[in-house]
Ligand binder design. Sequence first.
Ligand code: GLC
Length: 799
Amino acid sequence: MILNTELEYKGNLFPSNIIAFEKNLDTLNFTTANGVILQITVLRDSVLRFRYSTTGSFENDFSYAITKYASRGYNHLEVKEENDKYIILTSKLKCEINKTDLRTAIYEAKTEQLLCEDELGFHWEESYEFGGDIVKMSKVSQEGESYYGLGDKPADVNLKGKRFENWVTDSYAYGKHTDPIYKTIPFYTALHHKKSYGIFFDNTFRSYFDFCQERRNVSSFWAQGGEMNYYFIYGPDMSEVVANYTDLTGKPHQLPPLWALGYHQCKWSYYPESKVKEITNKFRELKIPCDAIYLDIDYMEGFRCFTWSKEYFPDPKRMVKELADDGFKTIVIIDPGIKIDHEYSVFKEGLDKDYFCKRADGPYMKGKVWPGECYFPDFTNPEVREWWSNLFQELIEDIGVKGVWNDMNEPAVMDVPGKTFPDDVRHDYEGNPCSHRKAHNIYGMQMARATYQGLKKFAYPKRPFVITRAAYSGTQRYTSSWTGDNVASWEHLSIANIQAQRMCMSGFSFIGSDIGGFAEQPNGELYARWIQLGIFHPFCRTHSSGDHGDQEPWTFGKNITDVVRKFIELRYELLPYLYTCFWRYAEEGIPMLKSLVLYDQEDTHTHYRSDEFICGEKILACPILEPNAKGRRMYFPKGEWYNFWTDEVVEGGQELWADADLDSMPVFVKAGAIIPKYPVQQYVGEKDIDELKLEVYFKLGKETSEVYEDAHDGYDYIKGRYSLRNFTLNGEKNQLVIQQHKSGKYTTPYNTFKVQLHGLPFKIKKVIIDKVEYSIKDLKIDENNAFVIEKDFTDLHIL
Ligand code: GLC
């Protein structure tokens, strides 16, 4: 028989009627008769924060996700009280709070269009087992509403009809719909009636999202502990929602060095040194560009972090230098597990200083990873992060390693249920002590942050480069990432495509997949198709487990090698374009890849599209996802698109066939675009860039393009030493005008542009550059409409 009256409290509890309201600058508190407080903070006219307490007061307000650089400030804030509700007005939003039950509804201020409305709204269950609450929120799903985002979920781009869990998990060989996997990004964007808003549920406990799976007209999210604490972010454009979310959780603190946007080669594992050299030499011999070579766990002595195997790598400093002389940056893996070995200095130091995680009752958190039994640094303690960052001094400053790859930082533990720490493990959490239930989802993020701090310090004056597997919202400030242990299958190629788009739409653009697949082995065709997709991803690396054979560009015979080379060369040509996209992302939070819905949300055809995407602003790409294909059908967003290979122009707003034999891929360029290109190099910096190629795609009408450049590494760009060229193209029936506006103090090493005109509808008679007239002969305009001009023109008329 149940005697304990506490059990009565099991089940959902709800706020009652509002009895008090208080306004303190931008923060509004509504208190109910049963002691619930809703605190709304107006961060910006389009960003509201909702925080609920069921205990009459709030815990210390701390978040790993929110950056201190987030913009704040609004133009208008007004609160009105009516009989049944309070109304908050900003210049963009109107938010109503129901007096009887605390439910909220948010409208666009200008049009009074309903954007987002509570269904049950906030409710909770007391957690008998752990204390605190299980916090819940449900919203009415509006007619035609669709949902996007949520990080690395391997589901279709549109999340409608699905339920997801957020709990960072090592997921070897995950499949489509496996959930959860490596990352927790509890942020989604919603779209209905052509308007988009986003919700970021900043709660690090195990959390869930339901997008109309349980009930057709309800979306909901909840977490197993912590606060109901979410940000409502209004667009109306989805790209603004994502940009505002990225502003809140942070943009990359630096641009990556340009070489990091080059091609990377990895395997588990290249060893000994002679094998590494064999691989790098082969790249140069076959003239396949490559900038980075990775050392996986076998470079260490018994998998002890910050050591080198004397047998396989007797003189790492010399080797790293020789590789660097040949243009290769060496990147090494570092996992969180520190081998229990009383002779091992990192272990001894960690133990002496009390830096390892402990169980609730005092013993160390002991778990098996590659080195055997390990202890794990508590990266949620700033002092531990500082210590960790200093461990990189020798690797980076002395040996010359250029990047660090953080893996297994979910944290992954082998041979235990749940594959991670037990719930009771304690964490410092920046002086807000808590259990692993709260710290789990941010553990990997804090490890990557500590690693980043080390690289930043010791790589200086060069820029740091870090890659992580686990992540929470905000991790994009410190590091790049890959999508974990995928599989060499056609389905996984499609998953990689979606995951990269989704990560970009979740504020994390520096992302790529293990090209070719980590587990199992692709055939040449699959590998070639994967490379074709991969060169359009911000992070471009082949990696494989090595269990099933080799996976280098030359593994699959000459035909495939030629295709792979052709596409990696294209990536190197497009480096200034990709770098400009990265700069835009780092400046404004604009995603580097855009699903079609983000590119044109007004066009409902885009709402369910997953295969096609826009790389940057101007390139439309669509991978071939099937064997034996000669092309595929794909949807073209509205507007005109040039076939990248043939210059044929396609009218968008329809689904059409695109040819793509194995040596090709559907790639299109937006009419009016100006795409900058560098010459093919075997690695960044191999050649002096003595000319910038501008591919100009004619359009009837106006279009703007930009090219961002700087020294490609270092921090001078922050002091204004960058070069930004804004081009405005204006095409008419018999003339084309290109205007250039240049800003920044960096002088690019080249003096001229090679202009290549595409799709010009008239025959050139003359050209006027800054009011000076030139004939075809003067400019040596060739039969393909290419010519060279001085780089600093402001006004170019082609007549
Ligand atoms: C994990 C990583 C993989 C790596 C392997 C060995 O499976 O995800 O990328 O190669 O560990 O370190």
